[in-house]
Ligand binder design. Structure first.
Ligand code: C5P
Length: 228
């Protein structure tokens, strides 16, 4: 009997440190990495490029189906996202791309159009899947699930630092406001709302250094899968 390819899902709200932690965990394990948020951001961006109405679920779903999204790593090991042939890495990280992603992600046909693309990331030797519904909807059979959270104030501060370091000018108060609004929209939507899977380990990273959070996530895996 062939054993299923292991998946570790890491879900949680924006700014919980999911991206950094999931990438680091995938690297330590030598597993593939799925940044599902980048997929929703890419579709939001492609829809904006086409001048589509973000509230029109059916036309965004058609756009999602024809949008070509590629994840590549450059010579320096930096990840890039190519959307319809254009390097969109920088634009995808902006708050407006996050807000567009959250708006289009609320439409059931859009989510349905992106399921197969996400499932295809499950490949040997394993997958770390980062998102909102990885453990609940996309990989409900994943044997290892984490729900990573942190206080809204801490998440806003982290995001502020992250954006400032990237040279993007932001205001902490408006960031806190945007994060709270996005949390509410993501948790309140009817389809695939942000919530921990019933079998997820909940980790609160408020005040915990990243290196320690990485160790706590890795501790969810059995000894046989621990990195050496
Ligand atoms: O994780 P990230 O901030 O890049 O996600 C952007 C937005 O995409 C989220 O606010 C959420 O609305 C949506 N998203 C989602 N399901 C996922 C990943 C992201 O609905 N699995």
């Amino acid at each position: 009997m062939t054993r299923p390819i292991p998946v570790l899902t890491i879900d949680g709200p924006s700014g919980s440190g999911k991206g950094t932690i999931s990438r680091a965990v995938a690297q330590r394990l030598g597993w593939h990495y799925l940044d599902s948020g980048a997929i929703y951001r890419a579709v939001g961006l492609a829809a904006a490029w086409e001048g589509l109405d973000l509230s029109d679920g059916e036309s965004i779903a058609t756009c999602a189906a024809r949008t070509e999204i590629r994840f590549i790593t450059d010579g320096e090991g930096e990840p890039h996202v190519i959307v319809n042939g254009k390097d969109a890495t920088r634009s995808l990280r902006t708050e407006s791309a996050g807000a567009a992603a959250s708006a289009i992600a609320a439409h059931p046909p859009v989510r349905a159009a992106l399921v197969d693309l996400q499932l295809r990331f499950r490949a040997k030797p394993g997958l770390v899947a980062d998102g909102r519904d990885m453990g609940t909807v996309i990989f409900p059979d994943a044997p290892y699930k984490v729900f990573l959270t942190a206080s809204a104030a801490e998440r806003a501060k982290r995001r502020y630092k992250q954006l400032k370091d990237k040279g993007v000018s932001v205001n902490l108060d408006s960031l806190l406001h945007e994060i709270a609004a996005r949390d509410e929209r993501d948790a309140g939507r009817a389809v695939a709302p942000l919530k921990p899977a019933s079998d997820a380990v909940i980790l609160d990273s408020t005040g915990v250094p990243i290196t320690e959070v990485i160790e706590r996530v890795l501790a969810v895996l059995p000894a046989s899968l621990q990195p050496r």
